[in-house]
Design a binder for this molecule. Structure first.
Ligand code: HEM
Length: 470
């Protein structure tokens, strides 16, 4: 889009900016009210991240232009990805647009096709069932942290097979929250501050180095495992639990993982690239799904009718026996509930691109090299597209309803950089929600209602639930 059909107008600037830090204080203190307030000022609004200007797109039609129809003029990049590249390296989510991205995406796509993910569903069900089943009855549980543990464990069993070392899992769990918190802080600070030898910056660099070492050990472990022959006909708990039609390929490849696809393409990836991809996938997969699940559970405590409908769907499909992998395709209401949580709570709230040339967007001139921001949260809470956006209404997603909502639903992005893990995310979230409801007939909120806190995702600041067996 080199020329706009409408005359080029100046981009309005958001109020409240301060010298030196720009709008950083608003993005740190009141990020969600601030980002949604920008809609009032225009379809493209200028803010400043420190001294750097950024252009926030508030109209979903223009976001589609940025991500899909004119994607060549809006390259992957910008402040967030510059900071994340320091953690992820050149993994799929941070590598620049171009041949390397296309090639790696093509090599990784088979990892995440539906048929391949299906081979890992039983292992994920077993993992989730054993973890949620181990919770203590009627004890207050920090839901966000527990959901992170369960999504991480389910992801590891899917990616690296059934025998991932517990010590590596523990280290990863401890490293990630402070690493992500510091990364998001660095995003809104001037970059020279992040280079100073301050204790916070030094600790951040140490954690990155440790994360790389942990990932390297995980890859070594997987290399050793795939070199050995997978055991045939391993006894499977899901079978014992009464699943009628267990997929025989799962038994034969009990120890295999989705990551084996990349290891098999070893000649195409250096060890450093494998590390970058593993770190990227783990970061992209865990907090996103954990956040969505935590908010889902919170909404169930507020809507007993929705919880009952979910339980009724599960009971009708399972008919008295435990959940099996083939049941997952028969739970449409569970999918609607999860989709509504993903809609209402983002989970991503700020994603960036970089203009590759002077470009007109919706009649506004954006200069070459400028950061362009789009926000799934902003669009998915736009009353013009989702009436009464604060209402949690899974029936928005009922078959045949409101097709326009789909045009403003950018939770997984769009275009050539769209989330590669979307299918995986839905399967994993359905498994965890269903196994949790199966294990615990009762759940109740035992903390004050949570407030939304922004990191890479929008997460609950404090959320405790107690689970009851009767
Ligand atoms: C609720 C869960 C998830 C949400 C909301 C989500 C959201 C997103 C979004 C918005 C993007 C696009 C970013 C951009 O355009 O710059 C993205 C990209 C990506 N996601 Fe996800 N994601 C989720 C789960 C996952 C999972 C489970 C995985 C891995 C299994 C994953 C792996 C990735 C990767 C590798 C990319 C980069 C793709 C590329 O640039 O080619 N995500 N995700």
């Amino acid at each position: 889009m080199t020329a706009s059909p409408t005359p080029v107008a100046p981009v309005p600037t958001a109020p409240g900016g301060l010298p030196l830090i720009g709008h950083a204080h608003l993005l740190i203190r009141t990020p969600l009210p601030f980002i949604t307030s920008l809609r009032e000022h225009g379809s493209v609004v200028r803010i400043r991240l420190g001294p750097t200007p950024a252009y926030v797109v508030t109209d979903p039609v223009l976001t589609r232009t940025v991500l899909v129809t004119e994607a060549a003029h809006f390259a992957k990049g910008g402040k967030i990805f510059d900071v994340l590249r320091g953690v992820f390296g050149e993994g799929l989510a941070t590598v620049a647009d171009g041949d390397a991205h296309l090639r790696n995406r093509r090599l990784m796509q088979p990892m995440f096709n539906k048929a391949h993910i299906a081979t890992r569903r039983t292992a994920m069900i077993d993992q989730a069932r054993s973890m949620v089943g181990a919770w203590e009855e009627d004890q207050a549980l920090d839901v966000f942290s527990n959901m992170n543990d369960v999504t991480l464990a389910a992801f590891l069993v899917a990616l690296f097979g059934t025998d991932f070392p517990a010590n590596l899992q523990g280290e990863f769990t401890a490293l990630m929250p402070p690493l992500m918190k510091e990364s998001i802080r660095q995003t809104v600070l001037p970059s020279w501050v992040t280079r100073l030898p301050l204790p916070a910056n030094r600790a951040h660099n140490r954690r990155i180095a440790r994360l790389r070492a942990v990932i390297d050990q995980a890859i070594d472990h997987r290399s050793t495992r795939s070199a050995s022959t997978p055991p045939a006909n391993v006894h499977h708990p899901a079978e014992a639990a009464g699943c009628p039609h267990k997929d025989p390929t799962e038994t034969e490849h009990e120890h295999a993982g989705l990551f084996d696809t990349l290891m098999a393409a070893e000649d195409q990836f250096t060890r450093r690239q494998l590390q970058d991809e593993a770190i990227t996938l783990m970061n992209a997969a865990i907090e996103t799904t954990a956040t969505a699940l935590a908010w889902t559970l919170y909404e169930l405590t507020r809507h007993p009718d929705i919880e009952q409908r979910l339980r009724a769907e599960l009971a009708a499909v399972c008919d008295g026996r435990p959940l099996c992998q083939e049941d997952l395709d028969k739970l449409p209401y569970a999918r609607q509930v999860l989709q509504e949580a993903v809609r209402k709570y983002g989970p991503a709230w700020m994603v960036t691109r970089k203009a590759t040339r002077d470009v007109d967007l919706g009649g506004h001139r954006i200069p070459r090299g400028a950061d362009v921001v789009w926000s799934p949260y902003l669009h998915q809470n736009d009353p013009a597209h989702f009436p009464e956006p604060a209402t949690f209404d899974p029936d928005r997603w009922a078959y045949g309803r409101a097709p326009s909502t789909r045009d403003s639903f950018f939770a997984f992005g769009d275009g050539r950089r769209k989330c590669i893990g979307e299918n995986f995310a839905w399967v994993e979230m359905q498994i965890i929600l269903a196994t949790l409801l199966e294990a615990w007939p009762r759940l109740r909120l035992v903390s004050r209602p949570p407030r939304a806190e922004t990191a890479i995702t929008i997460k609950p600041d404090k959320l405790a639930l107690a689970f009851g067996a009767s």
